[in-house]
Ligand binder design. Structure first.
Ligand code: 5GP
Length: 198
């Protein structure tokens, strides 16, 4: 998605530890006009699929998932991060290792909001090592719902998550795949030829 890649080149900031900061339009201040176009692009890419629910993870996935969900006209559920012990049987739960915070936490979704008959699209802002998406996919599997695929705004293609999930047979559609980024020069390269894109 050319507009997204241009925006990342213009406003993205490369931090140590292979972290790309896009706080001015995605992760802190949110450009909802861009979000709308992102939603339309996911809708176009998943036009062949039946989807009745979007699942994301708090916190940074929620804003984008809500706008994407408008394109699909379906509800959004977000997995909550929790440190509560002894969670009762009312929720599906699994553990996720956080890329940006470097610790492990539990994520939960109420059984009330995910289950058999649901056809679920996962949405997240970033894909790095794939732990967040792997956790969400696990919750979908545990609930008996069907996983349709995952829509990612920015995939860091030089990290293992994308390949790992695709090898597992999950359909992953990423709107911008970063092939390399250099925190010294500020240079970001993307997979694919921008000239071919809208
Ligand atoms: P993963 O679980 O794939 O390793 O990491 C995905 C999660 O970590 C995303 O939900 C996102 O919040 C965060 N994340 C991973 N890499 C980056 C990054 O380069 N920049 C930002 N802003 N968040 C990231």
């Amino acid at each position: 998605m050319k507009e997204l890649k241009d925006r990342i080149r213009k406003d993205g900031k490369i931090k140590a530890g292979n972290v790309l900061k896009v706080d001015s339009f995605l992760n802190h201040q949110m450009d909802i006009r861009l979000f709308e176009k992102i939603g339309q692009e996911f809708k176009r890419r998943f036009a062949d699929a039946e989807i009745n629910k979007i699942l994301t993870i708090e916190a940074s996935g929620i804003g984008i998932a809500c706008v994407v969900a408008q394109s699909f006209d379906v509800p959004v559920v977000f997995a909550k991060k929790t440190q509560t012990k002894n969670i009762a049987g009312e929720v599906y739960t699994t553990k996720v290792e956080s890329y940006t915070h470097g610790r492990i936490y539990d994520i939960i979704v109420s059984k009330e909001f995910l289950g058999k008959g649901d056809k679920v699209l996962l949405i997240d802002d970033f894909l790095a090592n794939g732990k967040a998406l792997e956790g969400l996919a696990q919750l979908v599997a545990d609930s008996g719902a069907e996983l349709v695929g995952a829509g990612i705004v920015i995939e860091k293609g030089f990290q293992v998550g994308g390949d790992m999930l695709r090898e597992k047979g999950i359909r992953v559609e990423s709107l911008a795949i970063v092939d390399s980024m250099d925190d010294k020069t500020g240079t970001i390269t993307f997979r694919g030829d921008d000239a071919d894109e809208q």
